[in-house]
Design a protein around this ligand. Structure first.
Ligand code: RTP
Length: 156
């Protein structure tokens, strides 16, 4: 089996309903684009509670689970797939800590958020999680496989 191209790692990033309402979709896309990551898929959708319970199934026994599902289904969210080297780990760094009050300035949550229950964005926490989440939110034909024209200026 050949090694997967590390530049083809993918992650699921979502602008949560509060981020959409606050007009931060463009800001979040801008940060990932400017860093050199490649947008592979993106759509605005109003997720159902069942879909969100599935997405967050590992958190089902947490006390904040129902509130989280209500928050995430309170309006449309913007779902995306981003591709590039270490994009799962770097995406989490760019988002900041789960609690915005613990997020460094310069991160999305550290620049725009205050409460953990209104933390603007989601990012997959591991490559395996990313693969599960991408398959949960997107059909294979919604993912565009293409080359970035500026790739030689981003990767050595
Ligand atoms: P996400 O999945 O949204 O990227 O966030 P995360 O991995 O950093 O955090 P996770 O522990 O998976 O929690 C998912 C989302 O639940 C909300 N939350 N509320 N009230 C609370 O203590 C609490 N803890 C987590 C946050 O919106 C968090 O992003």
């Amino acid at each position: 089996k050949t090694m997967a191209d590390p530049r083809k790692e993918r992650t699921f990033i979502a602008v949560k309903p509060d981020g959409v309402q606050r007009g931060l979709i463009g800001e979040i896309i801008k940060r990932f684009e400017a860093r050199g990551y490649k947008l592979v898929a993106g759509k605005l959708l109003w997720a159902s509670k069942d879909h969100l319970r599935n997405h967050y199934k590992d958190l089902a026994d947490k006390p904040f689970f129902n509130g989280l599902v209500d928050y995430m289904s309170s309006g449309p969210l913007f779902a995306m797939v981003w591709e590039g080297k270490e994009v799962v780990k770097m995406g989490r760094q760019m988002l900041g800590a789960t609690n915005p009050l613990a997020s460094m300035p310069g991160t999305i949550r550290g620049d725009y958020g205050i409460d953990v229950g209104r933390n603007i964005c989601h990012g997959s926490d591991a490559v395996e999680t990313a693969n599960r989440e991408i398959a949960l939110w997107f059909k294979p034909e919604e993912l565009s496989d293409y080359e970035y024209a500026n790739k030689p200026w981003i990767y050595e």
